[in-house]
Each structure stands twice: as structure tokens, then as C-alpha cells.
Write a protein that binds this ligand. Structure first.
Ligand SMILES: [Mn+2]
Length: 294
């Protein structure tokens, strides 16, 4: 069995195309398990790999879209491992990520996103962050709950022009956090208001460089239960694909994507991981179709 995502070729630096990059990191003991996400996603992706052992073009076929990845230049860059935030920051800097490539970071709790976006600021100056998440993650307690305040921290990066909290719902949210984010000029789109606000958002994204951070708890836990803060209700798989497709096709370029908060030690690990494998494949397909990698 191959040890790369979809049996792809392994590379040591990211130049042109798309790169799967595992993030082997967990910020707190109560979240342990998230550091194993990339390893499990790679293992579950194997059933979609080319059965003849070839890498590219990928022969992933869906009845709706046909061969979805045959024109997608995608590779596996291996893992970035870290025991603390400064190590994570340093190892991300050491990782060669060129401006002509789009990284797909997989793994870790949501706190990693701050460092991933910070890494992307070495290549980009005006970044809009679209956060698919049930929670705003905008509390102001970075030292105690870095994964719950990651967007508050990200908002302080001068290269980040705006954060879109897309699809927040449920009773774990904090009113002062939501208000604080709004006061700082960010956009809140609660799940129950997506239909009403989507068109305006898509218009806003035109011509923008967009970073997508995807917290697995955005999904209805019926299809993705293995996460630390599952939130009842929420979007189905096809509903989620529709939003991803619209956000990606409306943006000028997706500069990076992350999938965080998958905890394979929680119940429902295979279902959740398989959902993530498919979300990654579809995201790659949309980016190939609608964006330029240069
Ligand atoms: Mn989150």
C-alpha cells in the first residue's frame, strides 16, 4: 500500500500544482488524536488511487462529473511535524512552498490555521479567509484555547483583509466573539442565513485571493462525527460541495486550503475520514476547473 495521498508521487518541494501536506500537530491534551488525521486520510484515500499503480493522471470517476482529476497536477509533500507552535512556525518556513502552487494542509486542531496563513503571507499580501466552521473561533483567549480563538489571532495579521465566518451554528458559539469579529469588519454568515447571503458573498469574492480553512465540524455530524466539537444539524455532503464549488469558482485564486479538527480516535473515524478524502478530491477538481495555479 502506498503511503501517499491517492498513491501520488512524493515531492520534497512545492513548485507548480497542488500539494497534499500533512500537519502532525495537536495544541492541547484534550484534543489529542488530531495529529493523526493526515495519516488516516492517506490510508482511506487508497481505495480511490489508480488500481494499476500509476499516479497521474488520476482515474477518479464520478457519474456526475466524469473523470474529476485527470487534468490535476497533484502531489504529496509529506508531513510537517511539530511539538509546539514555534516548531510549527519554523518547520513551515523550512517547507518550500512556491507562489505557483496551492497547498492542501490536512490535520491538526484549528490552532494550526494561524501558522498556515502566516506562512502564506510570505507569498501573498491581500488575503480573504473563508472559514467553513460551525463556530466563529473568535474568542479572545489564545493562551488557554488557541483552537477557539484562532480566527481572532489570524485577524491580527496585516495581510489578512477580511475573515468570512461561513455557516456558524449551534450552542457552542459566543455572542461577544461574534460581535467582536463583526466590529473588526469581518463577515458573519450563520448557517440559517446562507441562502439569503450567499450571492452577495460570491460577488465580494470576485478578484480576491482566498484562503479556505475547513473545520470538519462545519459538516453535519451524521456524515462527519469524528471531531472534537461536533455540532448537531448543519449541511449535508452535497450542500457542502455546492458551497465549496461556488466559493472556489467566484474567487480569483485559492491560495491554500486546510482541513482541520478531524480526530480519527473519535467514533465514526472511517466515515469522517472518507468524507474528507472526497471533499479534498472535489476541492482539487473545482480548483483545477475554475482557478489558475500561476
Ligand atoms: Mn474551528
Amino acid at each position: 500500500m502506498s503511503d501517499t495521498f491517492l498513491g501520488l508521487s512524493k515531492k520534497s518541494q512545492a513548485l507548480n500544482g497542488f500539494y497534499f501536506i500533512g500537519i502532525e500537530f495537536c495544541s492541547a491534551e484534550y484534543l489529542l488524536g488530531v495529529e493523526k488525521a493526515a495519516e488516516v486520510v492517506r490510508r482511506l484515500s487508497f481505495r480511490y488511487a489508480n488500481a494499476d499503480g500509476s499516479c497521474l493522471p488520476l482515474k477518479v470517476y464520478s457519474p456526475e462529473e466524469g473523470y474529476i482529476l485527470k487534468d490535476t497536477p497533484v502531489y504529496d509533500l509529506g508531513d510537517i511535524k511539530a511539538n509546539n507552535f514555534s516548531e510549527l512556525e519554523l518547520n513551515l518556513l523550512k517547507c518550500k512552498i512556491g507562489k505557483k502552487c496551492t497547498p492542501i494542509f490536512v490535520g491538526g486542531d484549528h490552532s494550526v490555521t494561524y501558522y498556515l496563513i502566516k506562512r502564506m503571507t510570505t507569498n501573498y499580501k491581500d488575503i480573504v479567509v473563508v472559514q467553513f466552521d460551525a463556530h466563529s473561533d473568535f474568542i479572545d483567549e489564545y493562551d488557554d484555547y488557541p483552537h477557539g480563538s484562532v480566527m481572532n489571532e489570524t485577524c491580527k495579521l496585516e495581510e489578512v483583509t477580511r475573515i468570512i465566518h461561513f455557516g456558524i451554528r449551534g450552542n457552542l458559539n459566543s455572542q461577544p466573539a461574534v460581535r467582536d469579529s463583526k466590529d473588526k469588519g469581518n463577515i458573519i454568515i450563520p448557517y440559517h442565513k446562507i441562502q439569503k447571503k450567499l450571492k452577495k458573498l460570491l460577488r465580494y469574492l470576485k478578484g480576491k485571493n482566498v484562503y479556505i480553512t475547513f473545520d470538519i465540524d462545519f459538516l453535519n455530524p451524521a456524515i462527519a462525527p469524528a471531531t472534537n466539537c461536533p455540532e448537531p444539524g448543519g449541511p449535508s455532503y452535497y450542500e457542502t460541495l455546492k458551497y465549496l464549488k461556488e466559493v472556489i469558482s467566484s474567487s480569483k485564486k485559492i491560495i491554500g486550503v486546510d482541513f482541520v479538527e478531524y480526530n480519527p480516535t473519535c467514533e465514526g473515524s472511517v466515515l469522517t475520514g472518507t468524507t474528507i478524502v472526497n471533499l479534498i478530491m472535489e476541492t482539487l477538481s473545482y480548483m483545477t476547473k475554475y482557478n489558475t495555479t500561476s
